[in-house]
Design a protein around this ligand. Structure first.
Ligand code: SAH
Length: 262
């Protein structure tokens, strides 16, 4: 069996309990050495066979998986963050399907949620945005035309931009028209790693600030007014709001038009 496991954003404690258990039970471990915190490998068996996938191509990775399965061994395939976000897992799964090799996916904490956590921000605040756009600038992997940053920016939604810190000028350029130059942005480098860096600035100041901080890779760019001060409190914990698990305070819960409804 092959286990695709989300290793989380960096902090070794941010792998899931299940991911840690699976990793500890596998004989072969394939991990992306360029992005995975090597500390996570301490959860693996001491005598496991380790492979750094950043030196391998798809067929070489599949070959290791195939050989292990033929020998009755399980494989932990570690992906940074969550495997479903820019994880290049689809092609691995498809090859395994062709070979009749079984696999499971164990999700992980993605770096965009880690970035929100270290900033202590909520990505979907009422009165500001109820939508998060996860995207990137096109690089070697092109982005479909209808998903250009410029067109996505028109929504004014909260945005998490992956894989684009080295093109910060272009990112900000494409966003500024719709969001406006004073919209807050954050660049979070290596969220939850010991070397984590955070830069908060308005869109117009961000390119210079990010460069000053020396950030040009392994960073999430967050953009939107959710980073600002204004928002509306949610109804979920509002004293005047009843829902399936809680009845609102009496004097507010029974306004005239709701009398007799409870
Ligand atoms: N599957 C991963 C993303 C892999 S793509 C996830 O769910 O997070 C690699 C990109 O993810 C990097 O270029 C960067 O934009 C982002 N990234 C990965 N780890 C990060 C971290 N700890 N802090 C900030 N950004 C990170």
């Amino acid at each position: 069996m092959i286990y695709f496991i989300g290793a989380g954003p960096g902090d070794a404690e941010l792998i899931t309990v299940k991911g840690m258990r699976l990793l500890g039970a596998c004989d072969v471990v394939i991990y992306a050495g360029s992005l995975i915190n090597p500390e996570i490998l301490k959860y693996a068996k001491k005598d496991a066979e380790f492979h750094d996938s950043s030196r391998l191509n798809l067929e070489e990775i599949i070959e290791i998986m195939k050989k292990a399965c033929e020998g009755g061994q399980d494989v932990a395939r570690l992906h940074t963050g969550d495997p479903s976000i820019y994880g290049a897992v689809r092609e691995q799964m498809e090859r395994l399907d062709e070979l009749g090799i079984g696999y499971e996916v164990c999700p992980g904490v993605s770096s965009f949620t880690a970035a929100a956590a270290v900033l202590k921000k909520e990505l979907t605040v009422p009165g500001v945005s109820q939508t998060l756009i996860i995207t990137r600038l096109g690089g070697r992997t092109p982005v479909p035309e209808g998903e250009s940053l410029k067109s996505l920016a028109k929504h004014g939604a909260s945005m998490a931009i992956f894989l684009s810190a080295d093109m910060i000028d272009k990112v900000i350029d494409e966003l500024t028209n719709s969001y406006g130059p004073d919209t807050p942005a954050a660049v979070v480098y290596k969220a939850t790693w010991p070397e984590q860096k955070i830069v908060m600035a308005t869109l117009k100041d961000m390119p210079q600030r990010a460069k000053q901080a020396g950030i040009d890779r392994t960073a999430i760019i967050l953009v939107g007014d959710f980073l600002g001060k204004k928002y509306e409190r949610s109804m979920l914990y509002h004293s005047a709001f009843s829902h399936g698990f809680r009845t609102a305070e009496k004097y507010i819960a029974k306004p005239a038009h709701r009398e007799g409804m409870q």
